[in-house]
Design a protein around this ligand. Sequence first.
Ligand code: AAL
Length: 396
Amino acid sequence: LLLSFFIISTVFSCIESKSESNPKSDAETVEAEIFPHKMPTEKPDFPMSAATERMFSYPAPRVQDNELFSQFKYTRLKGFDYNDGDGTISRRDPSRPILVAGKYYIYYTKRDTKVPPIGWNRAKEATDEVPSTDWDLCDIWYATSEDGTTWKEEGVAVARPEKPNAGWRSVATPDILVWKGKYYLYYQAFDEPSGLRGDWCPVSVSYADSPDGPWVHGGDSVIPFGKKGEWDQDATHDPHPIVYNGKIYLYYKAAYNKWPDIRDKYAVGHGLAIAEDPLGPFEKHPLNPVMASGHETTYFPFKEGVAALAIKDGNERETMQYAKDGVNFEIASVVSLTPTAAAPFAADAFTDTSDGRGVTWGLCHFTNAGSPKKGYSSMARFDCDLSLDLDEPSYK
Ligand code: AAL
């Protein structure tokens, strides 16, 4: 490590001495003496190693110091019971919290089954009472909080409809949109036990005049599947809307070849579907997928563009990304111990801002994947510093 630091320092001082020509002010001289090895902002024109050259493709020389770098602190939530972790109760994939009349609201997948899930690879054995995966046989519940840590579970928001309506097998993984004084929940609607042919499901929407409901069914297959052979032909997951450029930007994920037999060709992409009305029609962006890494979706307004967190899957796993136009994302920083299914509180997610302020906390989930017999998830809070409004960086 010391050796590589020495080599990098030498390269930088060499770069600097080659690019130096203007006389320095006193302050610059002092700074240059204390910090002699400053990274030049322009790429110099002489031979460099691949690693040194690559440093000029990052938006900032030191990704740890830029605004889209953070560490993450986790806190156990109060107010939720999990039957002593026997796997029969699960809460996962929370929506982003919204603040209404002094109370935060979240919506999430809840499973309350007689037995824990048996696993996607045994999906054929799933019954009306035996779930295949953690998100099989679920309903969408909601909870409120005054501080984001202690929650009160209020009840069901959207229940599984009667067979054969879309989502009769399970409704899961919701997220929320606030638009013109109304509330819209987008969620995955399963018509078969997850794992049977993959994790196949489209997205449905319900809406309400109040965050407490009642929720009215507003449509199914809101984001149309791609044609056969396309990356999102069988699944649209993790719907995640923000308001941007006066429209609804609905980001979503498709995991193709996820299960069961072509796992070596598994890949994940995120798409963008845009609409002028929350009930659609949603038009897919021609450059989809707009993100080729990341498991669940996490997008929020940042400056004039959109920031995203890519976790878990893909070549760019564990990165924060930024797109000035909400479409063409670039790596902004590399992060670790990232929140799974992150749902940050973004006060300006739905205000159509062109000056997004970022986020400092949100919810996520942890999964007890150790034993398939006890597979369940619980929600947690994370705190971070991905905001432009903090005076003192707290988790850099
Ligand atoms: C999650 C999400 C979606 C998937 C499953 C439940 O991590 O990506 O919601 O369908 O796993």
